[in-house]
Ligand binder design. Structure first.
Ligand code: GLC
Length: 713
């Protein structure tokens, strides 16, 4: 990797250790550079078969060719194909071709990536500034470029284990009673669940870090009662601080100058849920420190997880935008001659006065007392630095504990502070398909702990879509059902009985696999290798470069989700060697079949999902619990198709910070012999492993099953 410096860049913190030597750039091998005082353009001629991957949270496919993308974090509830930006910016791109070239452009403002859109053979990157750092890789293996990028930007956030449980959200459960009802329903119906969310209505007048005491009397006791039933309560945190005298967060922020300003140095005003607010200036270390410590109020009451929202930052309107609309309306009202009134222009202005670029250009941030930066130039850092403030604060105050934290907006590097969710999707089949690609694309830039709103946030979800989405969700580290106000309720019991029963089986399957799913997370995070991968990560067959609707989870599983309505099966491509197809309807029902490489049409009615276990790898399972570590079942099932040798490691994390400290390990290796299997079992910190019995369910390449029992000593 080589590091280049253009001009005098803002220090984004994306890279943990600055490379010792930056080269001043005049040329970049393979690229044509055009520099001006306000931008730099990099042009690269792609070969016909080159594939371009990367850019993290974006629309489009895994292969980015043929489209344009812009890094400018945007609060965008309509994820339709015409959109060029979403909530996060991850300006890391790899060209897989004759050489594998990687580029990370560390600039937190607008960059456009025209990947063969204007000219099908040209990748044209336009950086909206002449001040930035650029990291360039040329490597034989593109996978090594990904790992190097993750190392450079500080590795991957590891959530606590309970955050792998099923989670229920709704905008909103507005008072304690409705949360309790949901919690009780989960337990009565035997549907596993670990977390329930509080959306904006838990606050007093949407004032961040407050609780409405009428609707949530004795909040601390309430949190504790839920914990006793095995639920974590997770409040939403929005950055906008309501302008209201005597509201302590506002008063403190104002007094200490913690807020972003306008050009005149006055605190900038932007309207969000609470009405007019000020926006904390997270570029400033003192502000970060202040804000990060505000979460403690909730932590001291037993809260262990948070979701940071609206941190692009979203702006509904400013006084300036509002005035523009009023002026136009007034002019229209004054001018009675209809043909002179520009109603279409007016409609346009009304539709576009939220999240206006003009507003972002008139916000100023102050990373240091005597330093001022226009927000527009560092816009994409806002949510990342909000996550950083939480991360720094808890590491200081609770140094050996890990919390759940995820954010809507993000920037390269913030994958070490927390996870993300993919924002306001819809209950559309297209968004289920998008979810598959998002998991792969976001893992590539280190957001292993991420996921979409299961069932879709906006619009009304139908039963079949919910089931198919839950089936994919089993393999989504963040496994959260969330839906918007005024849409059909999406809790499982709001659907017909058969749907609910099926949903329960799917969630129980997730809990059966959870120790293995989480262990793989730990292992892949420790290696800086994406947990969820496209097939081409491990299989070099050219076909695999084109498959965008199957995914690999960890070292053993391939998933082929059904993402279309009214179908009874789908085509699946199996690369290389043999696979053990688990036609999974529930965790107990182990209907397995050995399949050879190649194309297959596989039946998959709604009560089944397709899970493929790679030959000579093993997965593990245990009886599902109602919530993570409720009973700690004592039997572990080890399952696989073993034709020569196989190994599985189950890492049992102790919930401490850092994640890998003092871990217990169960390490199983086996060798297939003519008639039997030779099994070697090793442990580290045996006393921390809950299992006493090991049950092996081993298939040979003809699909014949051998069951073996061992005691774990
Ligand atoms: C935003 C969030 C969504 C949340 C809503 C209300 O749209 O993306 O998840 O429910 O705000 O807080």
């Amino acid at each position: 990797m080589k590091s280049y410096r253009f001009g005098n860049p803002f220090s984004t913190g994306a890279v943990i250790e600055k490379p010792v030597k930056f080269l001043q750039i005049d040329e970049l091998p393979g690229f044509k550079l055009t520099k001006s005082s306000a931008s730099v353009i990099l042009r690269y001629r792609m070969q016909k078969d080159d594939i371009v991957i990367g850019l993290g949270e974006q629309l489009g496919g895994i292969n980015k060719r043929g489209r344009k993308y812009i890094t400018y974090n945007t609060d965008i509830p309509e994820h339709t194909p015409d959109k060029l930006s979403l909530y996060g910016s991850h300006p890391f791109i790899i060209i897989q071709g004759r050489y594998n070239e990687g580029l990370f452009i560390d600039y937190p403002g607008e960059i456009s990536f025209d990947v063969g859109f204007s000219d099908k053979d040209i990748l044209e990157i336009t950086v909206g500034s002449a001040d930035f750092d650029l990291y360039h890789w040329q490597d034989n293996r593109w996978q090594d470029i990904v790992t190097s990028y993750l190392e450079l930007t500080g590795g991957v956030y590891v959530p606590p284990k309970w955050a792998f449980g099923y989670q229920q959200c709704r905008w909103s459960y507005p008072e304690a009673k409705s949360v309790e009802e949901v919690a009780n329903k989960f337990r009565q119906l035997g549907i596993p669940c670990d977390a329930i969310y509080l959306d904006i209505d838990y606050m007093q007048d949407y004032k961040v870090f407050t609780v409405n005491e009428e609707r949530f009397p004795d909040f601390g006791r309430f949190v504790k009662e839920l914990r006793d039933k095995g639920f974590h309560l997770i409040p939403i945190i929005d950055p906008g601080v309501k302008i209201e005298s005597d509201y302590p967060v506002y008063e403190e922020g104002k007094k200490h100058k913690y807020f972003c300003t306008d050009e005149q140095g006055e605190d900038f005003q932007a309207a969000v849920w609470p009405g007019l607010t000020h926006l904390p200036d997270f570029s400033n270390a003192a502000t970060r420190n202040w804000w990060g410590n505000l979460y403690k109020k909730f932590i001291e009451l037993g809260i262990e997880g948070f979701w940071n929202d609206m941190n692009e930052p979203a702006i509904f309107y400013t006084n300036y935008q509002q005035q523009g609309v009023y002026d136009k309306l007034q002019a229209a009202a004054d001018n009675k001659a209809l043909d002179k009134v520009d109603l279409i222009g007016l409609q346009w202005q009304i539709r576009n006065f939220h999240n206006s670029r003009e507003d972002y250009q008139s916000i100023y941030q102050h990373p240091e007392r005597d330093k001022t930066v226009c927000h527009d130039q560092i816009h994409n850092l806002y949510g990342a630095q909000m996550a950083q403030s939480f991360s720094e604060s808890v590491q200081q105050s609770y140094p050996d504990k890990r919390f759940l934290i995820f954010s809507r907006s993000s920037y390269s590097g913030s994958q070490r502070f927390g996870g993300i969710w993919y924002g306001d999707n819809k209950s559309w089949w297209e968004h289920l398909e998008l979810n598959i690609k998002m998991l792969i694309n976001c893992n590539l830039v280190g957001y292993f702990y991420s996921g979409a709103d299961i069932g879709g946030f906006g619009d009304n979800c139908q039963a079949e879509l919910l089931i198919r989405w839950l089936q994919l969700g089993v393999f989504s580290p963040l496994f959260r059902n969330h839906s918007a106000i005024h849409t059909r309720r999406q809790e499982l019991w709001e659907f017909d009985k058969a749907t609910m029963n099926q949903a329960r089986k799917i969630i129980r399957l997730r809990y059966a696999l959870l120790p293995w799913l989480y262990s793989q997370f730990l292992e892949f995070a420790s290696m800086n290798i994406p947990l969820i991968q496209s097939l081409s990560w491990s299989f070099s067959e050219p076909r695999c470069r084109e498959i965008e609707d199957q995914l690999i989870y960890g070292g053993s599983l391939m998933i082929a989700p059904v993402y279309k309505p009214n179908v009874s099966g789908r085509m699946v491509y199996l690369p290389q060697d043999k696979w053990l197809l688990w036609w999974a309807g529930s965790w107990e029902d182990r209907k397995m079949k050995v399949l050879a490489a190649g194309d297959h049409f596989i039946e998959c009615p709604l009560d089944r999902q397709l899970i493929f276990i790679k030959e000579n790898t093993l997965i593990t399972m245990q009886e599902p619990e109602d919530y993570v570590d409720q009973r700690k079942p004592d039997t572990l099932f080890i399952i696989g198709l073993v034709s020569s040798t196989a190994q599985v490691k189950v890492l049992v994390d102790q919930g401490k910070y850092p994640a890998f400290a003092g871990m217990a390990v169960l390490d199983i290796t086996m060798v297939k012999q003519e008639k039997n299997y030779e099994i070697e079992i090793k442990t580290v910190n045996r006393e921390l492993l809950q299992w006493q019995q090991l049950v092996f369910e081993l298939y040979n390449d003809q699909g014949n099953l051998t069951i073996l029992h061992r005691k774990l000593i």
